[in-house]
Design a protein around this ligand. Structure first.
Ligand code: NDP
Length: 405
C-alpha cells in the first residue's frame, strides 16, 4: 500500500524497520537512508534472515540529513508518501523543509534541538503549522513512547476517565541491566544533554526550575519494582499543558541507579559532558561527542539485556461522575523479549513501535490531517488498540496513587 523512507539506522530505526516488515500489508516499500549506510544494510540483512516471509521490499541509501538539497533529491528519486525521521533531533527542521519541498508527510520521535545549545522546545516545529496546513501535509511530532505513547495515555484518560485533569505525573522506569559499567539506552549525546540539564515542571501556570535531579521519590512501578525516580524536564510536558489547560501541575519522573548517577557526576565534574568544543591537537572537539564515541552504541546493549521497562501516566482530577479520581495507564516491556523479537533492547523497542503505529495511522487515513500535530491532539483509541496488537500491551489501574504530592 505505501512507500516510506526511514531516516537513521540506529537503535530506534532498527525497530521501526522490523515492525514495518511485520506490518507488510501497510508498509510495502521501505528505504532506510542514513549517514553510515552499512548500519542500514545490517538492519536489512537481519530482516531477510529473521523475517523471510515479510513481503516488504527494503532498500538502503546514504544521506546527510543536515543537507536539504540532498534530502530533496533522495525523496524525489524514491517517491514515498511519508518520511519517518529517527535520526537525531538536530535534523528535524531540515527533514521537515525537504518534506514540504517534495510534498511528503512527516513523523519524528523527538523535538528539534539546536546542536550548539542544550535546549529543546516545540516553538521551532510549531512554526511550520501554516506551511504544512496550506500544503495539505501532516507532520506528527514526537511519536515514540515518551514523547508519544505518554500523550496518547493522557488523552485516553481525559477521554474515558478524567475529563478535567489537574495533576499529571509521567513516570519512566528502566529496571533493566545491560551488564556495562556505564552506557545510555538511546543516543548518548542526546540522553546526557537531557539528564544534565536543569529539571523543570509545570505548576499553577508557570515553569518551576530545579537543579539537575534535585527532586526525587521512590515510586512503585506495577509488576516491576519500587525505584528511586527523579524529576526531569521532558518535552511532552510543554505540549500537554498547552493542550490540557486544566492541568495545574505536570511532572516527569525517570529512574536512575546509583552507579549511573555516580558515573555521570564524575564525567560532568571533569568536563566530559560539555557541548563546548575544545582544541585537541589542532581539532575542535565537543567533549560530549568524544564521550559518545567511547561509550557503547545503544543498539549494542541489546544482546543479554535483562529486566523490564515500565512507563506510564498518572492523572488526578475530576472524573466523569464529578468526583475526585486518579487513574494510571502504563506498559511493561521485557528487554529480553524485545531482543528475541527484533534484536533490540526495550528502550529502542518502546520508541520504535509507536513510531511505526503513528505512521500506520497516518497512511491508513485514521489520523491523517493537514498541519503540525502532537500525539495528544489525536484520537488515542486506535493508537492504544494498535499498541496492544503490535507488542506494547497497555494496562490500567484506577483509584491508586503511585506518585505522591
Ligand atoms: P542512534 O544514535 O542509535 O541513531 C541515530 C541515527 O541517526 C544513526 O544511524 C545516525 O547515523 C543517524 N544520523 C545522525 N545524524 C545524521 C545525519 N546528519 N544524516 C543522516 N543520518 C544521521 O539514536 P537512537 O536510535 O537511539 O535514537 C533515534 C531518535 O529517537 C533520536 O532522535 C532520539 O532522541 C529519539 N528517541 C525518542 C524516544 C521517545 O520515546 N520518544 C526515546 C529514545 C530515543 P550514524 O550511524 O552514522 O551515526
Amino acid at each position: 500500500m505505501s512507500k516510506v523512507i526511514i531516516i537513521g539506522a540506529g537503535g530506534v530505526a532498527n525497530v521501526v524497520a522490523k515492525k514495518c516488515a511485520q506490518n507488510d500489508s501497510v508498509f510495502t516499500e521501505v528505504l532506510i537512508a542514513t549517514r553510515t549506510v552499512s548500519k542500514a544494510d545490517k538492519i536489512v540483512a537481519e530482516i531477510h534472515e529473521h523475517m523471510p516471509n515479510s513481503k516488504t521490499k527494503f532498500s538502503t541509501a546514504t544521506v546527510d540529513a543536515d543537507n536539504v538539497p540532498e534530502l530533496v533529491k533522495l525523496i524525489k528519486e524514491f517517491g514515498p508518501e511519508m518520511v519517518i525521521n529517527v535520526a537525531l533531533p538536530y535534523q528535524d527542521l531540515t527533514i521537515m523543509d525537504a518534506c514540504l519541498e517534495t510534498g511528503v508527510h512527516y513523523l519524528d520521535t523527538a523535538n528539534y534541538e539546536p546542536k550548539d545549545v542544550a535546549k529543546f522546545e516545540y516553538s521551532w516545529q510549531w512554526a511550520y503549522q501554516d506551511r504544512f496546513k496550506s500544503a495539505g501535509l501532516m507532520a506528527l511530532l514526537g511519536c515514540g513512547f515518551d514523547p508519544g505513547a505518554t500523550q496518547a495515555f493522557t488523552a485516553y484518560i481525559a477521554k474515558h476517565h478524567i475529563p478535567e485533569i489537574e495533576y499529571l505525573d509521567i513516570i519512566d522506569c528502566n529496571n533493566g541491566n545491560h551488564g556495562k559499567a556505564f552506557a545510555t539506552n538511546f543516543n548518548p549525546e542526546i540522553n546526557i544533554r537531557e539528564i544534565t540539564a536543569n529539571g523543570r515542571y509545570w505548576e499553577n501556570g508557570e515553569w518551576i526550575e530545579t537543579q539537575p535531579l534535585e527532586i526525587a521519590q521512590d515510586i512503585y512501578y506495577p509488576n516491576v519494582a519500587t525505584r528511586r525516580s527523579y524529576v526531569l524536564y521532558h518535552e511532552e510536558l510543554e505540549s500537554l499543558v498547552k493542550h490540557f489547560p486544566t492541568i495545574k501541575r505536570a511532572r516527569f519522573w525517570m529512574t536512575f541507579g546509583e552507579a549511573y548517577i555516580k558515573h555521570l557526576n564524575v564525567l560532568e565534574g571533569i568536563g566530559m559532558t560539555s557541548i563546548e568544543p575544545i582544541d585537541f591537537r589542532g581539532q575542535k572537539i565537543a567533549p560530549i561527542e568524544f564521550l559518545k564515541a567511547v561509550l557503547p552504541a545503544p543498539e549494542s546493549l541489546a544482546a543479554g539485556y535483562t529486566g523490564q521497562t515500565c512507563i506510564g501516566v498518572q492523572a488526578k482530577g475530576i472524573g466523569k461522575d464529578g468526583k475526585e479520581a486518579v487513574h494510571f495507564v502504563y506498559n511493561v516491556k521485557d528487554h529480553a523479549e524485545c531482543y528475541r523479537e527484533v534484536q533490540a533492547q526495550g528502550v529502542s523497542y518502546t520508541t520504535g513501535v509507536p513510531a511505526m503505529i503513528g505512521a500506520m495511522l497516518m497512511l491508513q487515513g485514521t489520523w491523517m490531517q493537514a498541519g503540525v500535530w502532537n500525539v495528544e491532539q489525536l484520537d488515542p483509541d486506535p493508537f492504544i488498540d494498535a499498541m496492544n496488537k503490535w507488542g506494547l500491551p497497555v494496562d490500567e489501574l484506577a483509584g491508586i496513587e503511585l506518585v505522591r504530592d
